[in-house]
Design a protein. Structure first.
Length: 276
């Protein structure tokens, strides 16, 4: 399938033997965007509204992470934080990027946090949105996302959980995301990634408090007030623990801050990254 036919497919690079699909647009200071973990997710699906705006001033790198989207899925390999962090570092190495600004959405926030802890010199500034990475009790919303069983009705129900503004949840969007979730190999990989009982995967994505408190990066934390997937207190906890952090809350916003408030999101990110 060509790029013209499917905007979710960008360029393919080899990352330690893994054929990795990513979007690489714009020029300037590199900014890596790490997506969340919904069914059928791709970097493009997560970041399509903000990549054009951010790429005006930055080089935007948005990969499909290991096990997701159009990136190759290794056989018989359980993904975990270490492998996802290593995949992200491998992407930077393959692109000859020594240091980047790092943006993580939800699951991707947990990976970004772990990367900043393990490889602090590879990160200039850190942005976490609706992020995991601290302990919390599995929400019914996240349990539904990770426990997704493919059907159009189920996808519509999930999108209702994701968004505060239900007008965004059109039949067309539900159909698109449902079709994405049943592409060959997509659900098979997704269903083995976070099997029940799922509290253990929340715990596995959490970094240690002492390590989070030791982060010295300037950090912007964002969260939707009405988020039903990741509880607001996770971002409040990150704000308390990360010394050089600031917290921005979006009212009338669910788990899709970068979609429901795309213009505000892009402005906040751009202004934060432009600070001297």
């Amino acid at each position: 399938m060509s790029n013209v036919q499917n905007p979710e497919i960008g360029r393919t690079i080899d990352v330690n033997g893994i054929r990795t699909n990513l979007h690489d647009i714009g020029s300037g200071q590199p900014v890596m965007l790490i997506h969340g973990s919904g069914p059928g997710v791709t970097a493009w699906a997560n970041w399509r509204l903000v990549m054009p705006e951010l790429s005006r001033n930055y080089r935007v790198i948005a990969p499909d992470m290991l096990g997701f989207g159009f990136t190759e899925r290794p056989n018989n390999t359980q993904c975990n934080v270490e492998r996802w962090v290593n995949h992200a570092i491998g992407i930077l190495d393959a692109l000859d990027i020594e240091q980047c600004d790092l943006v993580g959405n939800s699951f991707g926030g947990g990976i970004a946090l772990a990367l900043a802890i393990r490889h602090p010199n590879r990160v200039r500034r850190l942005i976490l949105m609706g992020s995991v990475g601290v302990p919390f009790t599995l929400t019914p919303g996240l349990d539904a996302v990770w426990g997704y069983s493919p059907s159009l009705t189920t996808m519509k129900g999930l999108l209702d959980i994701f968004a505060y503004d239900r007008s965004l949840v059109t039949d067309e969007l539900a159909e698109l995301r449902y079709e994405a979730s049943i592409r060959p190999g997509f659900h098979e990989a997704f269903s083995t990634m976070f099997p029940a009982p799922r509290q253990r995967w929340v715990d596995a994505l959490a970094s240690k408090e002492a390590n989070i408190r030791a982060i010295q990066h300037e950090t912007l934390i964002m969260h939707g007030r009405e988020d039903q997937i990741i509880p607001l207190h996770t971002s409040q906890q990150l704000f308390e623990w990360i010394p050089k952090s600031q917290l921005h809350l979006f009212g009338q916003c669910g788990h899709w801050t970068q979609i429901e408030h795309a213009a505000r999101f892009s402005t906040l990110v751009s202004d934060f990254l432009a600070e001297i």
